[in-house]
Design a binder for this molecule. Structure first.
Ligand SMILES: CC(C)(COP(=O)(O)OP(=O)(O)OC[C@H]1O[C@@H](n2cnc3c(N)ncnc32)[C@H](O)[C@@H]1OP(=O)(O)O)[C@@H](O)C(=O)NCCC(=O)NCCS
Length: 159
């Protein structure tokens, strides 16, 4: 199976936020952003495998700043690391004030997707080629998170 470059699957999706996206405070509801994050993460995962991939877990999701109705959200997703059948995808959300052009980093998340064959069983994923310094740093950090995830799952299974 050919290895793939990070740039082969990375994606930027943009969405204009509208009043229906608001929470009772009038800002954009966190759940709306979570959906955009999972969508963009899923697209990067499916692009990497060019097959089915399902969300297995969300490792971390930090809301760093509010998003205001009318902002354009830029959702960037790329593969940080691959295992045997799973992939960690990093997602970053920036909100753009369309009147001023100001961009704010509002949300970051790490998600794990698992590739599935036509019978819904986990299937091998292509290897990953991190090229840039940033991609190599993300890869290294993702490997450490994978180790932590594996240890946690092992502990849970034996508890
Ligand atoms: C995710 C899922 C496919 C894992 O299936 P499973 O039979 O438990 O998988 P395995 O134990 O064989 O593990 C397969 C891989 O997934 C990883 N994995 C499984 N559960 C995980 C979790 N909760 N978090 C992170 N990684 C996980 C394993 O580490 C393994 O990775 P590797 O092959 O790269 O080493 C299965 O639990 C599932 O189908 N869940 C529902 C998915 C879903 O409906 N998502 C929402 C809509 S898309």
């Amino acid at each position: 199976m050919h290895k793939k470059k990070v740039k082969d699957s990375k994606i930027i999706m943009a969405h204009q936020t509208i009043p229906q996206d608001a929470n009772p405070l009038g800002n954009v509801h966190g759940g709306v952003i979570m959906k955009h994050i999972d969508t963009a993460g899923g697209v990067a995962a499916v692009r990497h495998v060019r097959g089915n991939a399902v969300t297995a877990s969300v490792d971390r999701l930090d809301f760093l700043a509010p998003i205001y109705v009318g902002d354009l959200v830029h959702v960037r997703a790329s593969v940080n690391m691959v295992g045997e059948t799973s992939m960690e995808i990093g997602v970053r959300v920036d909100a753009e004030n369309l009147f001023t052009g100001q961009l704010r980093h509002t949300t970051s998340a790490y998600l794990t997707y698992v590739a599935q064959d036509e019978n819904g069983r986990p299937t091998k994923v292509p290897g990953l080629i991190p090229e840039t310094r940033e991609e190599k740093r993300r890869h290294k950090e993702a490997l450490a998170r994978r180790k932590t995830r594996q240890e946690e799952r092992k502990r849970e299974r034996t508890a």
